[in-house]
Design a protein around this ligand. Sequence first.
Ligand code: APR
Ligand code: PHB
Length: 394
Amino acid sequence: MTKTVKTQVCIIGSGPSGLLLAQILANAGVDTVLIDRRDRAYIEGRIRAGVLEQVTVKALEDAGVADRLHREGMPHDGVYLAFDGERHRIDLKGLTGKTVTVYGQTEMTKDLFDARTGAGQQFFFDAEDVTLNDLKADQPHVAFMHGGEKVTVECDYVAGCDGFHGVSRNAIPNDVLRTFERVYPFGWLGVLVDKPPVNEELIYAHHDRGFALASMRSPTRSRYYIQCDVNEKVSNWSDDRFWEELSLRLGAETAANLQTGQSIEKSIAPLRSFVAEPMRYGNMFLAGDAAHIVPPTGAKGLNLAVTDVLMLSRGLIEHYSNGNDHYIDRYSQDVLARVWKAERFSWQLSTLMHQFPDYSPFEKRMQRAEFDYLRNSEAASRSIAENYVGLPME
Ligand code: APR
Ligand code: PHB
């Protein structure tokens, strides 16, 4: 059996990038089909980051999916950097006039799924063997297997929103695609727990034993991370061992307020910086993790995905409503200019805050000197703040 579906924009991947793109385009009357190799429950179950820039919050408002975010999201005016137990608060609001909002990516994904179900547009979950074809032609098509049936989606444009392990990026021929990568020699072991956060604001902690992060999802749910060996196994980390190590790295003063409990999720993620260029090939556009990865230290991954989608949707809407291709023609260069700045910030903050196995005593002193400089210089703190709240879109 073969089925053919026609649409304007075929979106591959229903993570935050694909879902938000579908929502914005639906609001503008552009028809989309969304394809994912997983199902909704799996996608919603993934625990990811949770810090939204103001640009991201506004994008969700404009897309009509911010009601719950406004009720449950937690605005934060500042964030702490700590070095061997000494804390320095970066006053985000005082230094930039902007804040960030703590709201789990999981929740944002749920809100977008609910909105899309409401809008009644086409979804294909559990799609297998997705292939992108004729990307340079006027009518590209995407083919896949769905419930034993072969489905072909004929479209004007393909949006590759299928994350780092997706197929879209690899549809760009080798002689066109350039990739830039740095893999860090450690990972993050994350724990989710139903206990109030140790501190009202996030704490990024540098410690001799390795980096630690105290974050949260709500007033009663906390998210913590510790730097670990990249080959470490979750099974080696009982909850008790995790709490003990986290306490050491946060320092006695902070750890005195730590409420521990049984973890409800525990996982290890590698740290990577990655950029693929260009982000357009023929009539296909990449957005989000399909094109770039940042280490999570600056909380930029989700926010970058959202700004990619804002720029792509603007271009597609201009094309369909006014026949104006100015923005889609500039998409790759405009997005990449912003992406590289976020890559720089995420790399810089990661380099400052982690223990690198090959660092000499000199390099360790450089980390310490940078922290001391930051603590005593409003200009240096402002630079961190400006990047943390998100650089302007244009
Ligand atoms: N065919 C169809 N769908 C696919 C394929 C494929 N071959 N490969 C991957 N997918 C789907 C995945 O199942 C997933 O649901 O693409 C989706 C990609 O979602 P994400 O990985 O969440 O990527 P993105 O939407 O760009 O979100 C970026 O997620 O990883 C975080 O830090 C990142 O917060 C950022 C955000
Ligand atoms: C999280 O809460 O999961 C989180 C917060 C900030 C980061 C990374 C992850 O920089």
